[in-house]
Design a binder for this molecule. Structure first.
Ligand code: FES
Ligand code: FES
Length: 879
């Protein structure tokens, strides 16, 4: 039955289908894209917000038919002047990163300032508390809403002189459109004759698949194709390092994870596709899964993945000096076992892909992946075609944090397009997203650390075991990085570290911001605190005595030759630390180090093309991914710096027009290597401009730069010169609690080499701290029989606006000679020390040293509104 409503000031009729939400009706029937789907049907992220009869409501939780007679207002419907004002306020305050959450927050903020023209920061935090942001830490969002309110009161929005060169806070590329929700994400794309995809996932972490029956699904009206393993013309197995992950599990094989795909459906609409996917019948023989890495190593344990019959995905070893003897001779020694947990990335945009057969026989693929050329390579192999038959384009994504490095549903979507000859879009639900993509590794770390009578570290001995789940992903590299960062940013003469990544039937674990360094930091920072007590010095002084300087040796044996800013970051927080101690505050301090660049012997590329276009613009192509970190904006700044042209000239693009395969956007390297390439291409363009030519004379010219870095050495090398990484970023953080043990104030001093864009740089750090505080206190993803016990966003423990303490970021610039204009990566270091700082503050509050994350048994965690895991998925409903 049709339903009439008033949408954005006009009468509108929609035809709700059974089970259709207002969100789906707005997006699919009314062409509204400012309302995003982050968690339907949970109603917990706020991305789908609309004003209904003047009140903010989440449209995913409202059945479409209930909209009858209602007045619905979305961002598309507000007055253009207001749209301009509000979006400029968000961009001016750098109040967004990936932008996926922002339309919902902006609309809620409009509702707030309409009723309260002068809201306090607390009022704003309270109003947006129902909206989730995974990127920003809310600090700059609250700044933006304050600015919105001021603008609405008639005050001008500051627009400082800014020519976009390196060191200035150039406004984010496409920022206004992102704030208003009009810059599309993959799920916002549409095509004529578009089909919608859906997948059938295994409910069993380990089961033999006897038979897959698609006949009922195929018979459902509206279904155009159902694909299974039998339909894959190429290599059904893919992966970033090992091809150990099947795009479909075939009859006769075992499932390894509850995210395994059995079938994929293409249908005329999404509801039909999802219904058909549920109608695929699979006959399983349920088997006992291996869920504990120690169990997986036992003699006789079943093989999880044929890639490694003994279940050992990787083993990394670092030995320097004689740790046992040094420990025996040490004046003080501490030993302990630190345990970290599995967590979910929870980027707010679930995975989506769109594939479309092109008239020239190629396939177009819109992806949100972190390495679009890796996506192309794997999709082409899956389809059994050469990579040049797939034209891939990045649609800047709604957050990734490492979780979009691996393939999710790109290959299945491409196959459905190939089978049907029609464009197909497939978007995962929140639950499917959580089941399918890799997580942060739970790692158990047995650590022994010694020091002399004055607190100088003598030796570190560590044994680490990480649960890598069902597929390799980059799990071996994560454990390798954990081993490499086992000593933190400290001078340690004797090192004995071994780490192991182990396959289990749990959800796969792979890259997540920090990539093993966070887990290692939690352990070493705890040990350093314990030793400081034994020595009788404070935690700041202990770190000062041990922090590396130029000429010192990193854990891996690399001599640190340049840009070592850890002591500057310690200096930057010194007064705040001692002032807090003097005031009797519970304060914790921790330091961090994080590689910038993958290193360890990898060949790393920065590739760029500057193409002068007829319309007077310059297209800026690069091979790395924009995922909210602001890469495209800082690359424009490098282009401005190199060429002297204004920022408005450059149009950043990421697609397969040129062969710019740089691998994954990972290891805090896109600014480092991508920036180098853009500077190099820009130098060539500037040389032509200096000959007196204008852009009009250069139309069609392509300025190319492919910059290779291949001077790093593998872990354990016997080479004369060890250089495991191009460079490192450094940080010192302070956590200060209030008189009740709750988070009050957080200080983060970071050596970033050069702050290319100070606002975006600080935003990265604020967002990392938000993620790190969740990691420390509330976030976890426990599983039973390999299935997450909850998919509920509040249960998962990501902090809300009112849970955040005040955050103070101090940018320290220690020039990196190998970086473009002295810059190095900042994307990951922000949460490396965070859990350690919180653990120190908690011990200073209640005397309890905590060894296990998340530290839910603490007053700080108890005061936080999320992370209580109230919802448990009953086993009989798993499907
Ligand atoms: S609240 Fe509706 S999509 Fe998350
Ligand atoms: S900017 Fe808020 S989720 Fe990315």
């Amino acid at each position: 039955m049709s339903v009439r409503l008033r949408l954005n000031g006009s009468e509108r009729t929609i035809d709700p289908r059974p089970g259709e939400s207002l969100l789906q009706a707005l997006r699919n029937q009314c062409g509204i894209i400012s309302t995003k789907n982050g968690c339907e049907p949970q109603g917990q992220c706020g991305c789908c917000l609309a004003l209904i009869d003047g009140s903010p409501k989440v449209t995913c939780a409202i059945p479409a038919e209930k909209a009858a007679g209602r007045e619905v207002l979305t961002l598309e419907g507000i007055d253009q002047d207001e749209r301009d004002l509000y979006s400029r306020a968000f961009v001016s305050a750098a109040g967004m990163q990936c932008g996926f959450c922002i339309p919902g927050i902006l609309l809620r903020a409009k509702h707030l300032v309409d009723g309260n023209p002068n809201p306090s920061r607390q009022d704003i935090a309270k109003a947006i508390d129902v909206n989730l942001c995974r990127c920003t830490g809310y600090v700059k969002i609250i700044d933006a809403v304050e600015l919105m309110a001021k603008a609405k009161r008639g005050e001008p929005i500051p627009d400082p002189e800014n020519d976009g060169r390196v060191g200035q806070s150039l406004r984010r590329v496409s920022g206004e459109a992102m704030a208003l929700g009009s810059r599309p994400y993959v799920d916002d794309l549409t095509r004529p004759r578009l089909l919608h995809g859906a997948v059938t996932l295994s409910p069993h972490a380990r089961a033999r698949v006897n038979r897959i029956d698609t006949s009922q699904a195929e018979a459902l009206p509206g279904v155009v194709a159902v694909a299974t393993a039998k339909d894959v013309p190429g290599n059904r197995w893919y992966g970033l390092i090992y091809n150990d992950w099947p795009g479909f599990v075939a009859e006769g094989e075992e499932t390894r994870s509850v995210g395994d795909v059995l079938a994929a459906v293409a249908a005329e609409d999404e509801l039909t596709a999802r219904r058909a996917a549920e109608m695929v019948e699979v006959d399983y023989q349920i088997l006992t899964p291996v869920l504990d890495p120690e169990e997986a190593l036992r003699e006789g344990a079943p093989t999880v993945n044929p890639n490694k019959p003994d279940n050992i995905l990787s083993r990394s070893v670092i030995r320097r000096g004689d740790a046992d003897t040094a420990l025996a001779k040490s004046a003080h020694m501490v030993s302990g076992t630190w345990k970290t947990q599995r967590i979910e990335h929870l980027y707010l945009e679930p995975e989506a892909a769109l594939a479309e057969p092109l008239p020239d026989g190629r396939l177009y693929l819109a992806t949100q992946g972190q390495g679009i050329f890796d996506d192309r390579r794997q999709v082409a192999a899956f389809l059994g075609v050469s990579p040049d038959r797939v034209f891939v384009e990045l649609i800047p994504n709604g957050g990734a944090f490492g979780g979009k490095e691996d393939m999710s549903i790109q290959a299945q979507t491409a196959l459905l397009a190939q089978l049907t000859g029609r464009p197909v879009k497939l978007t995962l639900s929140r639950e499917e997203s959580i089941r399918l993509h890799p997580k942060r590794h739970p790692i158990t770390i047995h650590l022994t650390v010694g020091c002399d009578g004055e607190g100088r570290l003598t030796a570190v001995k560590a044994r680490m075991i990480g649960d890598s789940g069902a597929y390799a992903s980059v799990g071996g590299k994560v454990l390798e990085r954990a081993a490499g960062h086992a000593c933190g940013p400290y001078r340690v003469p004797h090192v004995d570290v071994e780490s192991m990544a182990v396959y289990t039937h749990n959800p796969p674990c792979g890259a997540m911001r920090g990539f093993g360094a966070n887990q290692a930091a939690f352990a070493i920072e705890g040990a350093v605190d314990l030793l400081a007590k034994k020595v009788g010095i404070d935690a700041w002084e202990m770190r000062w005595r041990n922090a590396v300087q130029v000429g010192d040796v990193f854990s891996t044996g690399q001599v640190l030759e340049k840009s070592v800013g850890i002591k500057k970051t310690l200096d930057a927080v010194k007064d705040i630390y001692y002032d807090a101690v003097r005031r009797g505050k519970a304060v914790g301090i921790a330091c961090g180090i994080k590689n910038s660049g993958i290193g360890n012997g990898a060949k790393e590329w920065g590739k760029a093309r500057l193409v002068v276009e007829e319309d007077g613009t310059v297209s800026l192509y690069n091979g790395y991914t924009e995922m909210g970190q602001g890469l495209l904006t800082v690359l424009v700044q490098f282009a401005v710096e190199a060429t002297g042209l204004p920022a408005s000239v450059f149009r950043p693009k990421v697609d397969a027009t040129y062969a710019l395969d740089c691998g994954q956007t990972t290891g805090s390297r896109a600014t480092l290597f991508g920036g180098r390439a853009v500077m190099s291409a820009g130098d060539k363009l500037r040389a032509d401009l200096e000959q007196g030519k204008g852009l009009a004379d250069l139309v069609g010219k392509v300025y190319a730069a492919d910059c290779l870095t291949e001077d790093t050495t593998p872990l354990g090398t016997t080479a004369d010169k060890i250089k495991t990484h191009t460079t490192f970023s450094y940080a010192t953080q302070l956590c200060i609690l209030d008189e009740n043990g709750r988070l009050e104030h957080f200080v983060a001093a970071h050596d970033v080499g050069r702050a290319v864009n100070p606002d975006l740089c600080a935003g990265q750090i604020e967002g990392s701290i938000h993620m790190g505080l969740g990691y420390a206190l509330t976030e976890e993803l426990p599983c039973v029989d390999g299935m997450p016990v909850t998919f509920n966003l509040r249960d998962l423990g990501v902090l809300r606006a009112r849970d955040m303490p005040e955050v103070e970021v101090i940018l320290v610039e220690e020039h990196e000679p190998e970086g473009p204009c002295g810059a190095k990566g900042v994307g990951e270091i922000g949460l490396v020390p965070t859990a350690g700082a919180v653990a120190g503050a908690l011990e200073s509050f209640d005397g309890i040293r905590r060894y296990t994350l998340p530290m839910k048994d603490s007053p700080a965690a108890r005061a936080i509104s999320v992370g209580k895991i109230r919802t448990k998925i009953p086993r009989e409903t798993w499907r």
